[in-house]
Design a protein around this ligand. Structure first.
Ligand code: GLN
Length: 538
């Protein structure tokens, strides 16, 4: 295919309609037709990236191979497409303004007044087009965060207007996702919010080409016709997106609604063979028809909001489906765990995960969860802080270093088994300064994790400042721990596993960022297998 085609996805009526999933689903369908596709998220907030945001604010912070701290939608993009994203796939208003202001200070606009239009919109445009050019993708799908009508979305909508004009109708497309609410009292589906939302776009000079309507009930032909008539689109461009039990069904649903065909037609591209979706369908089939189940406890402190642990939850879903097992997940707030109730809270689970995190709130509950998993021989996966908790627990209860701790939690311990990394010691700024992105790790052949990976050299993504203190390595290894994964350059310990335990692994990295539908992460697969075995042996 010659020139890159640009597809813009906007949202109306309310937030959280699932623009990320719709974008990923369309991308999947195009990819399954043999096209190369990437997805980009433009976020209208002023933080330069979401790395400094509390997960309660914005859900999980997703980390890419190149070390960008990004919006969680990039996780969906990678899980659906199985193709890595990078910093260029997530741009915030803060980042746009930062580069424009930096240019202004350098004198790049000397003599000119720097304005939202054209300078901010030009910078947005540059970042959209660059992504297509850099990798010569067939399609770049750009998801505009926020809701049409928000003040902060305006420069993005204006950029879409300009690009539609500059690229032309056959090279670009606007998809607008809205909600058709059902009013129980009158027993009706209402299209008025959609009409208003499209009017809003029109006021800003953008006519959507395709409308996707989120709904809890089927839209009949009359409703579709009404929307088409009032919103200036043809009937096939009114697409229903009905609620489903799993996000992974959405591509199949969108295929039924012919979203891909409609988009291709509008972009003047041939509708050749149907998309090759057999492996995807097999996955959805297995996911929806499990033959067994397994109960997993996820111990963390942001458990009220499932979005905080999005990638972990999705990785478990992938691994569960591969094992034909339904994952019955219980998110447990570590602050609620104490010595008196830990047995009661955790019994019944045959797999325990201690989640990543920052700060000392709820830390002792996490350490108790580790102890429970170790003593009861329950498969344990500690991720980042979860690995650090495993080290602290072992130091305190097996090595007898009673005050062992991480220096993140206390400065005064005599046994800093987890300590600030050397390179972090002079760091004062908070944004983008952790150890971020993919690093190599050598796996010991004799280890459990080697069995899981089947590889000696792996690369995994990181996001942390603290690390296992190598001064304690000998002591740990002679007492039953194995540093089974080590960074070949820095010698930092990246994986710790327990020898006399059926499955106990702590990883300093985040395997959850690398699991995808068609390639579930080996550690999660192996962990779920172990949890199933534990269940059988009970
Ligand atoms: N707070 C720990 C550190 O910075 C762990 C980080 C994490 O779990 N992502 O090292």
């Amino acid at each position: 295919m010659a020139a890159t085609k640009y597809i813009f996805v906007t949202g109306g009526v309310t937030s959280s309609l699932g623009k990320g999933i719709i974008s990923s689903s369309l991308a999947k369908l195009l990819q399954a037709r043999g096209y190369s596709v990437t997805i980009q998220k433009l976020d209208p907030y002023i933080n330069v990236d979401p790395g400094t945001l509390n997960p309660y604010e914005h859900g999980e912070c997703y980390v890419t191979d190149d070390g960008a701290e990004t919006d969680l939608d990039l996780g969906h993009y990678e899980r659906f497409l199985g193709v890595p994203t990078s910093q260029s796939n997530n741009v915030t208003t803060g980042r746009i303004y930062q580069s424009v202001i930096n240019k202004e200070r350098k004198g790049d606009y000397l003599g000119k007044t720097v304005q939202v239009i054209p300078h901010i919109t030009d910078e947005i445009k540059r970042r959209i087009l660059l992504l297509g050019k850099k990798h010569s993708y067939d399609f770049v799908i750009t998801e505009i965060g926020g809701t049409v009508g928000d003040i902060e979305s305006l420069p993005y909508i204006e950029t879409v207007r300009q690009l539609r004009w500059e690229l032309g109708e056959k090279n670009s497309l606007v998809i607008h996702l809205t909600l058709v609410p059902y009013l129980a009292a009158s027993g009706e589906l209402k299209t008025k919010p959609t009409q208003h939302s499209v009017k809003n776009l029109l006021e800003n000079g953008v006519q959507p080409d395709i409308l996707i309507l989120r709904t809890e009930r089927t839209l009949n032909k009359d409703i579709r016709k009404k929307v088409a008539l009032f919103c200036n689109v043809d009937l096939p461009s009114v697409i229903e997106s009905i609620d489903v039990t799993t996000i992974y069904e959405v591509p199949l649903l969108m295929q039924k609604e012919k979203l891909d065909e409609t988009a291709l037609k509008k972009l003047n591209l041939p509708i050749s063979n149907p998309p090759k979706l057999t492996p995807w369908k097999n996955f959805v089939d297995k996911l929806k028809n499990p033959s067994k189940d397994v109960s997993i406890a996820l111990v963390g402190k942001y458990v009220e909001l499932v979005d905080s642990y999005k990638s972990i939850i999705e990785s478990l879903t992938h691994a569960g489906a591969l094992n034909s097992a339904k994952i019955v997940l219980h998110c447990i707030h570590s602050e609620t765990i104490n010595e008196g109730n830990v047995d009661k809270i955790l019994s019944g689970h045959t797999g325990i995960i201690v989640a990543p995190g920052f700060g000392d709130r709820g830390i002792e509950g996490k350490i108790l969860a580790v102890k429970y998993a170790r003593e009861n021989k329950i498969p344990y996966l500690g991720i980042c802080l979860g690995m650090q908790c495993a080290v602290i627990e072992y130091a305190r209860n097996i090595l007898g270093l009673k005050d062992a701790h991480s220096t993140e939690m206390t400065r005064t311990t005599n046994n800093p088994v987890i300590d600030l990394m050397e390179e972090q010691k002079g760091v004062t700024e908070k944004g983008g300064t952790m150890r971020l992105g993919a690093y190599p790790c050598d796996v010991k052949k004799s280890s459990l994790v080697f069995k899981a990976y089947g590889e000696e050299h792996i690369r995994e993504r990181h996001r942390h400042r603290y690390e296992f203190n190598n001064e304690y390595l000998k002591e740990f290894e002679s007492a039953g721990f194995l540093a089974s994964g080590v960074n070949p350059d820095s010698k930092l310990v990246e994986i710790m596993e327990m020898k006399n335990h059926p499955w106990f692994v702590g990883v300093q990295f985040h395997p959850e960022y690398r699991s995808s539908v068609l390639k579930p992460h080996p550690l999660f697969v192996s962990f779920v297998e172990a949890a199933l075995l534990k269940k059988e042996s009970n």
